[in-house]
Design a protein around this ligand. Structure first.
Ligand code: ZN
Length: 157
């Protein structure tokens, strides 16, 4: 799938990101966690996943280790969460926030809604990596719009 250079790059990025998760988790445990910015957001996402607390705590020991392809990579999962949270905060695309507001108003847990949106983010990233194409933002917005009732689908910026 990926050629050698790209998988090396991916490996380097992966190690960097795992070290970052480890460092952030250590900070969070000592109460010295940043309260704003990207790091604060990641810590919030990490806290929202008790099932991965053990992974965050030992992320430094996992540095070169591949996650089996058939299971969820907690680090990728958290990065996707952060991506969706940023989209909601920046209202870009506006469909992200609209989907969260609509679905939570129908008593669907917010975390589940983030996952639903995140699935589309993951597919988009996969296409970028696999087909070497730029992200198709229009297709992504269309997928999110389909999660909304008809009357709310034509959001423009
Ligand atoms: Zn999650």
């Amino acid at each position: 799938m990926l050629d050698q250079n790209r998988s090396d790059l991916y490996g380097a990025l992966r190690e960097q990101s795992r070290q970052r998760f480890y460092n952030l988790w250590q900070l969070a445990k000592t109460g010295q966690a940043p309260t704003e910015g990207e790091d604060a957001l990641l810590i919030q996402v990490m806290r929202e996943h008790p099932e991965y607390y053990d992974t965050w705590a030992h992320a430094n020991e996992l540095l070169g280790e591949a996650i089996p392809a058939d299971s969820v990579d907690p680090f990728v999962h958290a990065m996707i969460h952060a991506t969706v949270e940023n989209q909601i905060a920046q209202n870009d695309p506006p469909e992200a926030r609209a989907v969260v507001e609509y679905k939570t108003s129908r008593n669907i847990p917010r975390h589940d809604v983030i996952h639903e949106i995140g699935n589309e983010v993951a597919k988009m990233i996969w296409t970028v990596l696999h087909d070497n194409k730029p992200p198709d933002n229009i297709a992504y917005r269309r997928k999110l719009a389909k999660m909304l009732p008809r009357a709310q689908r034509n959001l423009s910026k």
